[in-house]
Design a protein around this ligand. Structure first.
Ligand SMILES: Cc1ncc(COP(=O)(O)O)c(C=O)c1O
Length: 360
């Protein structure tokens, strides 16, 4: 077996233990005589899988009882529309914070259904920081305030959540869910595509406070109404069965690792290894302002495109894969999700040190 050290931004690396377990259970799931892909979603076996996944996610994130957990399809991108369709319940107004390409997509989608005010943006510096938010910036009659907790492309993360008072805070947490502790009760709604920290693509987790369900705009298609999915336990139609099963294995793995507190500690250690190296390097430099640095996605550049390409190509030959940065930032990006072991980051830094010696 030859596993790469995979720095992909998403779909990203999954824990080897999870993949092995899935392999073991692939053809005959725990004596059912069939794979999870082949069994009815109404079967007892599958009910235990989806129920167990929900319970373990609740345990991991300490999700209060007055929140529903939904396993949906359509990726985080569909939530860009579902959030306004379901939450534009009073003034049909929302405040958005523009911290990158995904936030901008969320903004343009919400504009189709109501009034959107961009109350802060970091576009002036190519999104390399998180703007400061104060209560005075918020619209009093907003139905919700939307943030992207972690910006996958630019490598920024809110170090402090905006205090939105009684206005529900909605978060796209696609690239840092389960990587650090969050108090779910501070949010009205959290959504995240699974393919970075939870499992394969195909399932999107939505965690939504009860009182925000049931007020969808009349034009909302049945399949896009949280009330329908909440009422049917995410089984209004056939759910993404296999993706939920793998996410469930990832949740079990996280619990075995000591939960989110332990994972956050490890993630801080891992990120510090790379940031500490970048801060003293004469060749490589990070692109993000200190206070806004992400623990999950770390972009860096040499300032010379040719050298960047040489680095990416030589790194790949050493088994350090998918380090090319997003085209809007250039250079490199190391995505170091929960399943990336500390040794993977250490190997990267060792290689960067060697590369600097030869090319610096
Ligand atoms: C922060 C963020 N939001 C949204 C998306 C879009 O997710 P999906 O491909 O699941 O629609 C991504 C994908 O990388 C992302 O990183």
């Amino acid at each position: 077996m030859n596993r790469a050290i995979n720095f992909s931004a998403g779909p990203g690396v999954l824990p080897l233990e999870v993949l092995k377990k899935a392999q073991e259970e692939m053809i005959d799931y725990r004596g059912a005589g069939m794979s999870v892909m082949e069994m009815s979603h109404r079967s007892k076996e599958y009910e235990a899988i989806i129920g167990g996944a929900e319970q373990n996610l609740r345990k991991l994130m300490n999700i209060p009882q007055n929140y529903k957990v939904l396993f949906l399809q359509g990726g985080a991108s569909l939530q860009f529309a579902m959030v306004p369709l379901n939450l534009f319940s009073a003034a049909k107004k929302a405040d958005y914070i523009s911290t990158g390409a995904w936030a901008k997509k969320a903004i343009s989608e919400a504009k189709r259904y109501g009034t959107v005010k961009v109350i802060a943006s970091s576009e002036d510096k190519n999104f390399n920081y998180i703007p400061k938010i104060s209560q005075a910036m918020l619209s009093r009659d907003a139905d919700y305030v939307h943030i992207t907790t972690n910006n996958t492309i630019y490598g920024t993360c809110f170090s402090e959540l905006p205090d939105t008072g009684k206005i529900p805070l909605v978060a796209d947490m696609s690239s840092n869910i389960l990587s650090q502790e969050y108090d779910v009760s501070k949010f009205g709604l959290i959504y995240a595509g699974a393919q970075k920290n939870m499992g394969p693509s195909g399932v999107t987790v939505v965690i939504v406070r009860d009182d925000l369900i049931g007020h969808a705009l009349d034009i909302t298609p049945t399949m896009l109404d949280y009330k329908i999915h909440a009422g049917e336990g995410s089984m209004y139609n056939t759910p993404p069965c296999y993706a939920i099963y793998i996410a469930g294995l990832v949740f079990e793995w996280l619990l075995e690792k000591g939960g989110i507190k332990a994972m956050e500690k490890e993630n801080r250690l891992k990120a510090a290894i790379l940031y500490d190296f970048l801060d003293q390097s004469k060749l490589f430099k990070g692109t993000v302002e200190l206070q806004s640095r992400s623990l999950m996605n770390i972009p860096f550049v040499t300032g010379n495109e040719e050298l960047d390409n040489k680095f990416i190509s030589e790194a790949s030959k050493k088994g350090l894969k998918t380090l090319k940065g997003h085209r809007s930032v250039g250079g490199m990006r190391a995505s170091i999700y929960n399943a990336m072991p500390k040794e993977g980051v250490e190997t990267l830094v060792t290689f960067m040190r060697e590369f600097e010696k030869v090319n610096g």
